[in-house]
Ligand binder design. Structure first.
Ligand code: FMN
Length: 196
């Protein structure tokens, strides 16, 4: 049976149509506490060798957004941006209705589960979180930038030994998501081994 003849199950249709929606196109309402809980529950279904759960999500909503905006402004000034540039960074923090910081806690004392396996789990968790947000009707985009390494910002989001991966901007999409074509086709990533 060819791919065209295959009936695509509804759950898979969602995975095949998800695209990121940037903060510029996100409006209120953001996800509720119960909806965020579902996203975290989906993240917890990522493959996770030895159940280390090497990730945490820090939800920034309500007045905490202002505090994050001030941190972003300080980090921008620290990085040498001028006042206007720093103000733009602060506004970026305020734009999404909800922001979720993604924090990795990689346990280097696990020879059976090396760091790359734990990072794979963090990536799987992030993908599941974004897919759950999409299925619930929200737009989202994972963002990072140099500020994830700013000492003030990392101290604010991470415990010692943790790494700040970045932030997921979340909200209601102001317009239908632009479905982005993918850089490679399924045939290009699905290869027989050994190669003919
Ligand atoms: C860890 C991580 C950090 C990212 N940081 C940024 C970023 O700072 N700016 C950006 O435009 N895209 C960033 N991206 C990529 C976007 O989140 C998104 O995946 C990309 O724009 C492709 O869109 P799509 O999800 O619709 O395929 C990041 C992705 C990951 C996984």
């Amino acid at each position: 049976m060819s791919e065209l003849e295959l009936e695509i199950p509804v759950g898979l249709q969602a995975l095949l149509s998800r695209s990121s929606v940037g903060p510029k196109h996100l409006i209120e309402p953001g996800p509720s506490a119960a909806q965020l809980r579902l996203m975290a529950a989906a993240a917890l279904h990522a493959p996770d060798h030895a159940e280390l759960v090497p990730f945490r999500f820090k939800v920034v909503r309500g007045e905490a957004r202002q505090r994050m905006a001030e941190l972003f402004m300080q980090a921008a000034l620290h990085a040498g941006k001028d006042a206007a540039g720093a103000q733009m960074d602060a506004e970026r923090a305020l734009k999404p209705p909800v922001t979720v910081a993604v924090v990795a806690r990689i346990d280097m004392g696990r020879p059976q589960v090396p760091a790359h396996e734990q990072w794979a789990c963090v990536g799987g968790a992030l993908g599941n979180f974004l897919s759950a947000a999409y299925v619930l009707g929200f737009g989202g985009k994972m963002l990072s930038g140099a500020k994830v390494r700013d000492p003030l910002i990392t101290a604010a989001f991470c415990a010692p030994g943790e790494t700040l991966l970045g932030w997921i901007a979340l909200g209601t999409p102001a317009r239908p998501a632009q479905v982005r074509s993918r850089p490679l086709s399924p045939e290009q990533v699905l290869q027989d081994w050994p190669a003919a």
